[in-house]
Structures are given as C-alpha cells and as structure tokens.
Design a protein around this ligand. Structure first.
Ligand code: ARG
Length: 469
C-alpha cells in the first residue's frame, strides 16, 4: 500500500495547476521532470525547508503549531526516504514538489503554508549549493587521504633512485619519494581550489524567491546561518540565476582529474614489463580472457578515462549557461546531472588512486638500475667540470657531450671510461670526477630547496605527514 497518491495520471499539477485545465503530454512530462536525478538532493531540500519554516514561525508568519507540524512531517518524510519507503512521483516534477506534496498529504493545511515567501527558484539554488558544499567536504577529505598515502610512500622511498624523465627520455636521477611528493603538491593545490570554491559559494539564496525578492519581511540572516552559510546573497536576480559555484566546482574537478590522470598514466607505464618499476596486486589488476600471463592495470586506465567525462561535465554546463538572460530559466535544471556525475567520477578516481598507491610494490632495484642508464649523470659531469676546473658551463656541456659520444661508441656508461679517455677530451680531468658519476652521488648533490636530495625528500615527506596527520 503506497503512502503517496499516484499522481501520474493527475490532470493538472496540484502545486501550480490552478490555471491549467488539462495535464501535460507524456513528452512534456518526460522532458520536464527532474525527479529522476534531483531526488539526490532530498537531504538538502529538507534541511532548507526546516530552516525556512523555523524562520517563518519566528516572525509570526507561521503559527507555532503549524511549524511544529511541518517539522514533524518533514522529519517523517526524511525517515521514509532514508528507509526507501518514499514513492517519488514523476508528475510532481522534482524533489521540491514531491516533498511538499507529501507533506501536505501528511499534515494537511499547514503543509500548504510552507512555500510562503519562497519559490522553487531560490529553493533549488539553495539546495544545490548545499549539495555542492557537502560534496566539496567529502572530496576534500578524500584528497587528503590520497596525499597521506603518497606522503607515506615518499617517506619510505626518500632515498631510492629512479630515472627522472623529460620528454619521457632519461634526464637525471631523482628519488621515487621525490616523484611521489610532486603529486602531493598538486593535490594540495586541488584542495586549495575546492576551499576557494567553497568560500565563494557559501552564501544563501533562500529568500530571493522567484527573482525579485519577496514582500514578506523574512529574516534572511537567520536562514543563512541555520544552514551554515556565511551570509545571505545580496542580489535576488543573481542568486536564482547563476551557477558559477557549480562551474567552479567542475573546474576544480577537471584540474584535479587531470592530475590524477597523469599519475594513473605513470602507473600504467610503470607496471609495463619494459619498465617494471612497480607491481600492482590482484586487488587492483585484471586478467585477460585470452592471454594467461596478463595483469592489466584497468583501475589506473579508468582513472585516466574518467577525466573525459569530468571535462565533459564542465564544458556541458558552461554551454548550458552561456546564453541565458537573467533570471531563472528551465535550462538550469540541466546543471545537476553533470555535477553529480563529475563528483561521483572524481570520488571514485580518488578512492582508486589511494588504493593503488597503498597497494603498489615498487621494484627499487629495477628503478636503481635504469636510473643510471642513458648517461643520466652527464649533467653531474658537466657541473663537476665547472666546479673543479672552472670551465664555462657551455664549454663543459660540449666536453661532456663528446665524452657521452665516446662512451656510447664503446658501449659503456660514463663511469666505464678510463681516466685517459676522459683526459683526451679535457686534460685537466682528475680521478675525482668518478666520485660524481654514480646515481647516489647525483641525487645526494641536488640539495637546492625543492631538489631531489634524499635528505630534502625525507624532510618534505615528514612535513606532509605531520600536516596531514
Ligand atoms: N527542477 C527545477 C530545477 O532544477 C526547479 C526549479 C523550477 N522552477 C521553475 N520556475 N519552474 O531547476
């Protein structure tokens, strides 16, 4: 036995149908209804209505008895929805009217007084801000968790060398810990973007009504503060018609997804056999239905791919908004699905990255081996020529280039050249040069602030671990 009337065949909408004689066509109803997705904002909608009713009662616009009935009714509806006992009705269009209709059905006359001094336009703008704000808080905690996983890895591998790349060509040795911390810095800025977005969105549209404000002497500060907003919005037209807060959220999502995608791409590269830098366990890989030896990094690939839908959400909503005259237009109903979808994809990507960073087993011997390949310490040799022999850097660069060519022709690395071979290119070179040609010496020498020297990396990793604890 349904507790909700079946309004699917109702002739005219019971909320706004006063001047309508007939109901909408099936197509009209289908294109108009948002309940299929905006029911996700039920908690925010009820929070907003509770705050609105309490404010109306304080001002004497609602009687204490009506407010009590409204509060009881909304709380019962919340319990029904949470328990999956609420029947959402398409004919009632959206979450706002589904809840209000059910409230009136439960408590009668008082339910019809709730919408005083309010429109669905300020209601939806408020609900959506609350939803995005809740999403921001959850995603911020997830970003911090990924950073913690990366900082822990960095602390463990502060001194383990790996090849550092530019153009994906071996450039100079770095440490695996340093590489992990690069992503910690990126994700810290992602959190900063979320914090900025949260600060700007945290104004309350409630009381802006349809577009012009209302003749009821509402206490907008009261509702703003009850809902955790810093203040009420200052212009009713702006409040009901902009969605820049959602766009900022999507912009932050797109940038962060780009960061996660780059790390995901590196995980894919690192697990491939020719690299063999890390191994992912069964928990984060899949097999092939034909090739029994395969261990595919599907989770990393999908994190890389989710970037596409998150970027799509941002561009989609920018496109919806760009030509709309003030104030509200129904186009704006298309704001929620991209935001919900991007938030879901972002959250799942963060969970997958956190899982993979904790799951991976780095092969430090393999990374060390490749860190020294490809004449990775050539810059160290050039720097030594500058320091020890006072050669101008450009001259040192040329001498080193000739020595690399010589070593390449002989099939050895730089430390495989004899002192005589070195001296044939630059007579001043001494035995001491061999001290700078090892991978360990190279990374240890990079002591400039922000550089890859193990002592630097250990200090930075510890700082992040402290900050994130
Ligand atoms: N479902 C609508 C939305 O998401 C709510 C606001 C409708 N307002 C209106 N005047 N029809 O935008």
């Amino acid at each position: 036995m349904s507790q909700t009337p079946d309004l699917r065949n109702a002739e005219a909408n019971m909320q706004w149908g006063g001047r309508f004689a007939a109901g909408p066509s099936v197509v009209m109803q289908e294109i108009n209804a948002s309940i299929g997705f905006d029911k996700r904002m039920w908690r925010q909608d009820i929070r907003g209505s509770l705050a609105h009713a309490a404010m109306l009662a304080k001002l004497g616009i609602l009687s204490p008895a009506d407010e009590q009935d409204i509060r009881g009714g909304l709380e019962a509806i919340a319990a029904d929805i949470a328990a999956g006992r609420f029947a959402f009705v398409d004919a009632l269009e959206d979450i706002h009217m589904n809840i209000e209709a059910r409230l009136t059905e439960r408590i009668g006359e008082a339910g019809k007084r709730l919408h005083t001094g309010r429109s669905r336009n300020d209601q939806v703008a408020t609900d959506f801000r609350l939803w995005v704000r809740d999403a921001i808080d959850g995603l911020d905690a997830q970003l911090a968790d990924v950073m913690r996983a990366l900082a822990d890895r960095a602390a463990r591998h502060a001194a383990d060398p790996m090849p550092g790349f530019t153009h994906l060509q071996t450039a100079q040795p770095v440490t695996f810990g340093h590489h992990m911390l690069a992503y910690v810095e990126m994700l810290a800025r992602d959190r900063g973007r979320l914090a900025d977005c949260r600060r700007r969105l945290n104004e309350c549209p409630l009381g802006s009504a349809a577009l012009a404000g209302t003749s009821f002497p509402l206490d907008r500060d009261m509702t703003a503060h009850a809902l955790g907003f810093d203040r009420p919005t200052a212009n009713s037209l702006d409040a009901v018609s902009d969605r820049d807060f959602a766009l900022e959220f999507l912009g932050a999502a797109a940038i962060s997804a780009m960061h996660l995608s780059r790390l995901a791409e590196e995980i894919v590269i690192w697990c491939s056999a020719p690299y063999g830098f890390i191994r992912l366990s069964d928990a984060f890989t899949t097999g092939s239905s034909i090739m029994p030896q395969k261990r595919n990094p599907d989770a990393a690939e999908l994190v890389r791919a989710k970037t596409g839908r998150i970027n799509g959400a941002l561009v989609g909503l920018l496109t919806v908004m760009k030509g709309l005259p003030l104030a509200y237009a129904k186009d704006m109903q298309e704001d929620k699905e991209p935001a919900f979808d991007a938030a879901d994809a972002w959250a799942l990507s963060l969970a997958a990255i956190a899982g993979m960073v904790r799951d991976m087993t780095p092969d430090t011997a393999r990374m060390r081996e490749l860190a020294g390949a490809g004449f990775a310490t050539a810059t160290d040799l050039a720097d030594w020529l500058v320091r020890a022999l006072k050669l101008p850097f450009r001259v040192a660069h040329h001498v080193t280039g000739r020595l690399v060519a010589k070593a390449e022709a002989r099939g050895v690395d730089l430390s495989g050249l004899s002192l005589d071979e070195m001296r044939s290119e630059e007579a001043g070179i001494t035995e001491a040069v061999f001290g700078v040609l090892t991978v360990e010496a190279s990374v240890a020498s990079r002591v400039s602030y922000g550089g890859t020297a193990p002592a630097n990396v250990a200090r930075q990793a510890a700082r992040w671990q402290r900050e994130l604890a």
